[in-house]
Design a protein around this ligand. Structure first.
Ligand code: PLP
Length: 735
């Protein structure tokens, strides 16, 4: 799309050239040439490509959509040429949400693949398509979170294509995925394939994402049911079935699409069943068709060593609930007895002999085990001492083009010091002179004010809507402020502290409300108003997580009254990527208060940093690396050494009182530095230092460059050099 010839094309011709076809369908957004170039290495006999496997992928179109941007830039409305108009219509008016993610893990996957597309690495991703997505969150002030099922329509969603059967385009392309009952009889599951193109910002590369859709009438009902909701936790069998749908689907997808990838990247252990297939394939080649009866334990272990060369594994959390273990009896109803023999050797759980432990298996069989921050590396080594030597760190990042607000991006575009920042976020490291550039500070502040205005407007409108909703539905507004008759309860001038993440116990969403009298005392004594803006979902089966939401809601009125209305605590329901983007760009500081060291990385704080917003955080996860004393934000809470760390989520071990006290000591300093005129420029300096110090490092381009080394595949020279440059800035593995 970027060739100079385009200058001479008229709009219609440009649009027609954005269509590509193959034997499975017709797609929009890239030229045929780009389309063919992307598939070539994925099909090549050398197999120098990667399959990225993830249970969830978060890539909503309302936060990043280069194709729609291009259409707007061309001034395309609707109608036009029949060859393109259905595509154009979808891109301009189709649904913008793809509710195939639950939180950080999925959004990391989405951000990763966007950077992979920018960096043009030979990667194809595989995940599941959930007919009812994750869930939508309603919040009632008395009941707390109400989770609602959500129907979405992949066929109407821009950039998603149902693949067609090459010889019979009336029919969808389907794969057959074998499951087995207790007697080793095959029970086939069937899946259709959706292809989603994750197209990069210059429309000259994309990552194909294949989403397996098992909701076909040919599939048995228990598999169909498992294709409804991401992380359905209604039974252990349901959970195990979903894992198997992902892992066992990989080989049939490769067959039907002719993929040759040598390397599999497991984004968390959910897709670990793929390893069983790699091992079985090695044994088949080595021992012949009757390998199942001939293979000795030694043969299996040797095949596992060989398979390991093809697996890269990222472990994402020290929290037990994040790791799959299943009763062996459950697995006996899903997989072949030979698979269970492999699992018995490789997925032993020494603490629970009756279970298979998928994390243990992923830990054993790989060429690289990556934790997601430097601190998390130490924690993971402590948790898995037998694998300590091979556990290394690749600190997470976020996709800078997704998370930097349009207002701030426009400022970055306007300064020659930052030329090329869209392609290369490391540019910020070379732009240190901006720290002393008054004009830059002024423009930055203007953009930030615009972002804050947007967020506060959004909240004020929401509060008013909830007030109306309360008269029309049974839902009691989730915000005490909706009951006040004030039209615009929140002001953008007021210091606004943001907190949004999954509500799970270790994240301690209610930490700073632990002692409301003390918090209210700080605010009243200084006389500075504060907005506390909260959002986040709890997994529907996570009762303690849902309780945390109720606790936050219950603090609203008390805090308001005890501060004479100076402190306003707002909860935004339905946290998703668009709300996250509004929040991380608009607030004045971003709060992170997990129990150290249970936050392996955390990424929302990186999104804030990309927007220059300072973090106020426990020394956990990425913040150990992003915190520069006095320069990028603040720290609070205990910093006990990791070798003494307690990894439990037990309520008695959560250290609320101690860490809240530490926050109360810090908070007045933050308020003063925001409100006192002589300190204000200091505050702004912190913002700009976030751009200079943290954007170059905590972006997914750098992260992907570190992974590229792990894959150990030859890359074209231009791409390899670019990867080398991103890597040269930072070594996650440095001690
Ligand atoms: C970034 C993001 C997350 C993850 O945030 P953490 O800081 O890692 O907890 C979860 N949900 C949404 C919608 C996000 O945008």
């Amino acid at each position: 799309m970027t060739s100079s010839n385009d200058l001479f094309l008229d709009k219609d011709e440009t649009l027609r050239r954005m269509v590509a076809t193959d034997s499975f369908g017709t797609y929009f957004g890239v030229t045929q040439k780009v389309f063919d170039q992307v598939w070539k290495p994925l099909h090549s006999p050398q197999g120098n490509s990667i399959i990225y496997i993830s249970m969830e992928i978060g890539a909503d179109l309302d936060v990043f959509n280069p194709v729609a941007d291009k259409l707007r830039e061309l001034g395309v409305s609707d109608g036009a040429d029949p060859a393109v108009s259905p595509f154009v219509h979808k891109y301009l008016f189709g649904p913008q949400k793809i509710p195939n993610y639950g939180g950080g893990l999925g959004i990391l996957a989405g951000d990763t693949l966007k950077s992979v597309a920018s960096c043009k690495l030979p990667v194809l991703a595989i995940s599941l398509l959930y007919k009812k997505g994750y869930f939508t969150q309603l919040v009632d002030s008395r009941l707390g979170q109400i989770s609602c099922s959500q129907e979405w329509h992949p066929a109407e969603t821009p950039g998603l294509y149902l693949l067609r059967h090459p010889r019979n385009p009336e029919l969808p392309l389907t794969i057959e995925v074998p499951f087995f009952d207790e007697a080793d009889c095959v029970v086939s599951g069937y899946a259709r394939l959706w292809l989603q193109l994750e197209i990069n910002e210059s429309l000259d590369h994309f990552v194909p994402k294949i989403l397996l859709d098992y909701s076909l009438p040919e599939s048995p009902s228990w598999i169909r049911e498992a294709s409804n909701h991401l992380y359905d936790a209604s039974s252990e069998k349901m959970k195990a079935t979903q894992r198997r749908m992902l892992g066992a689907g990989i080989a049939p997808v490769m067959d039907v699409l002719g993929l040759t990838a040598k390397v599999f990247h497991l984004n968390e252990q959910h897709g670990v069943v793929v390893i069983l297939h790699v091992i079985a394939e090695i044994l088949l080649n080595r021992l012949g068709l009757d390998y199942q009866s001939r293979a000795t334990d030694q043969d299996i272990l040797a095949a596992a060593d060989e398979a390991a060369q093809r697996i890269v594994y990222t472990i994402h959390t020290p929290v037990k609930a994040g790791h799959d273990r299943f009763e062996k009896s459950i697995y006996a109803g899903l997989s072949h007895s030979f698979c269970q023999r492999i699992l018995a050797l490789l997925a032993r759980d020494d603490e629970h002999p009756s279970m298979f432990n998928f994390t243990a298996m992923a830990m054993r069989v790989n060429r690289a085990t990556n934790s997601v921050s430097r601190l998390h590396k130490l924690v993971t080594r402590k948790q898995f001492p037998q694998f300590a030597d091979k556990i290394s760190a690749i600190t997470n990042g976020v996709h800078h083009l997704t998370w930097i607000s349009p207002a701030k991006a426009a400022v970055f575009d306007a300064f020659p010091e930052l030329k090329g920042w869209r392609q290369d976020p490391s540019i910020f490291a070379e732009a240190r002179t901006l720290a002393a550039n008054k004009r830059f500070a002024t423009y930055f502040l203007q953009a930030w004010t615009e972002d804050t205005g947007k967020l506060i407007d959004f909240i004020n409108r929401m509060l008013a809507e909830h007030r109306i909703q309360a008269q029309m539905t049974w839902i009691d507004p989730p915000n005490f402020l909706s009951h006040l008759s004030d039209d615009a309860p929140l002001s953008p001038e007021v210091f606004t502290l943001g907190f949004a993440r999954r509500f799970s116990t270790y994240k301690r969403a209610d930490l700073i409300f632990d002692d409301i009298d003390t918090l209210a005392g700080i605010v009243t004594e200084l006389g500075h108003p504060v907005n506390f803006v909260y959002a986040g979902k709890a997994h529907p089966a996570d009762e303690p997580g849902k309780h945390l939401i109720r606790l936050v809601l219950a603090s609203q009125q008390e805090l308001y009254e005890k501060t004479g209305g100076l402190a306003k605590l707002v909860f935004i329901p339905g946290y998703d990527m668009a709300i996250a983007k509004l929040m991380v760009a608009g607030v004045h500081a971003w709060l992170n208060c997990p129990k150290r060291p249970l936050e392996a990385s955390g990424t929302s704080g990186m999104k804030a940093a990309m927007n220059g917003v300072p973090n106020v955080s426990i020394m956990d996860g990425w913040w150990i690396e992003g915190y520069h004393e006095g320069q990028t934000g603040w720290k609070f809470g205990h910093e006990d050494p990791i070798d003494q760390a307690n990894l439990s989520e037990d309520p008695n071990t959560l250290r609320y009182a101690e860490d809240a006290k530490s926050f109360y000591e810090l908070f007045p300093k933050i308020l003063k530095s925001f409100y006192e005129p002589k300190e204000r420029s200091n505050y702004l300096d912190k913002c700009i230092m976030n751009l200079i110090l943290n954007i170059p490092i905590f972006n997914t381009h750098r992260m992907v460059a570190e992974y590229a080394e792990n894959y150990n595949l030859p890359l074209p020279a231009a791409i390899a050099n670019r990867m080398k440059k991103f890597r040269s800035l930072y070594r996650s593995n440095a001690e």
